[in-house]
Design a protein around this ligand. Structure first.
Ligand code: F6P
Length: 360
């Protein structure tokens, strides 16, 4: 066993199920195997910006029940890029040096960052600038990091969306309605295509495949003609209108957020087919709650492997899932590969093979 180390861990970006399971795995491996000290840093890089830095020493007792706990006990944020941090007067300031100083004030030998592509890019830039020994763990319900087959949080999000479709089938049939489920996924349709197949959707719309309202209405009509009096659709939030515009809403700060394509489609479908249509926007329910067994497993494997990378002093690496194994790759390589749904891939071919309408 090597010399004792002090390591930090933080969660960054949007939360998801399985983050606490990864924290638990890191604490277990670092303390049980290596007898290191582990510091949980609060609210992503904001904790390192605070003075004194906001961090807590983590021990094994604190990990009880973390395996199944939703959210992240460390807190997180998807606001405030430290290189262009918004100040109260509306100007932007580069606060990267404060974060780097916070890391060194804590006397850390290494940092584990759990995040998606955006967080990883920021953490890597900080690490390069400030001599931070960084190791990454991928998480995102969007599953859009191309280098890893799976990221923490995706499986749970798919389970939740699938369960929503299961439930919508029954109420759709009772009322002879078209039910539309709008799901997250940022620019990729991974959640929609996976949950759509698993949940038996009749129509799946993803941003990777263009659609027409006429094609959707034709599918609904064909079902009606076969005596199927209802239909269930799933749509990814980044699907554009038929004329190619994104559907977004602005919050009180003026920040644009994806959302609303479900209602747009409902209005168009109602106008074109006369079908009574209702919309469910699943939203952040996809990010909360108890992680699925697969996410717990992934988080546990990633947490252990990340600590082992630090033991081997292999930094600037991120753990990934490839061919049933945890494989580490350079973070730069990981964030360069954004993954969307392959329009010619297995899932799309499966959906077409099942007679699911993809809108095209
Ligand atoms: O990237 C994860 C994600 O949940 C996206 O699927 C979604 O578009 C976005 O975050 C929502 O962000 P917020 O939590 O800021 O509303």
């Amino acid at each position: 066993m090597g010399a004792t180390k002090r390591i930090g861990i933080l969660t960054s970006g949007g939360d998801c199920a399985g983050l606490n399971a990864a924290i638990r795995a890191v604490v277990h491996r670092a303390i049980d195997t290596y007898s290191w000290d582990v510091f949980g840093i609060c609210r992503a890089t904001h904790g390192l910006m605070a003075r004194p830095p906001e961090a807590m020493m983590l021990d094994i007792q604190q990990t009880d029940r973390l395996l199944i706990a939703g959210g992240t006990v460390l807190g997180t944020t998807n606001h405030g890029n430290p290189f262009a941090f918004p100040l109260a007067d509306g100007t932007l300031s580069d606060r990267s040096d404060e974060i780097i100083a916070g890391y060194h004030q804590l006397g850390l030998d290494a940092l584990i960052g759990i995040g998606g592509d955006g967080s990883m890019a920021i953490l890597r830039k900080l690490a390069q600038q400030g001599g931070i020994n960084l190791v990454g763990i991928p998480k995102t319900i969007d599953n859009d990091l191309g280098i890893t087959e799976r990221s923490i949080g995706f499986d749970t999000a798919v389970n939740i969306a699938t369960e929503a479709l299961d439930r919508l089938h029954f109420t759709a049939a009772s009322h002879s309605r078209v039910m539309i489920l709008e799901v997250m996924g940022r620019d990729a349709g991974h959640i929609a295509i996976s949950a759509g197949i698993a949940g038996g959707a009749d129509v799946i719309l993803i941003p990777e495949i263009p659609y027409t309202i006429a094609n959707i209405c034709q599918k609904l009509k064909a079902r009606q003609e076969r005596g199927q009096n209802f239909s269930v659709m799933i749509v990814a939030e980044a699907v554009l209108t038929e004329t190619g515009e994104p559907v977004m809403s602005k919050n009180y700060l003026g920040q644009a957020r994806l959302g609303g394509i479900g209602q747009y489609l409902a209005d168009q479908i109602c106008a074109c087919s006369g079908a009574e249509t209702r919309v469910t926007v699943l939203g952040h329910a996809q990010r909360g709650g108890v992680p699925s067994p697969l996410d717990r497993l992934l988080a546990s494997a990633f947490g252990v492997a990340a600590v082992d990378l630090i033991a081997e002093e292999r930094y600037d690496q991120i753990v990934t899932w490839q061919n049933r194994q945890v494989v580490s790759v350079p973070i730069a390589e990981a964030i360069a590969q954004y993954s969307t749904v392959d329009p010619n891939g297995t899932l799309v071919r499966t959906a077409r093979g099942l007679g699911i309408c993809l809108g095209s």
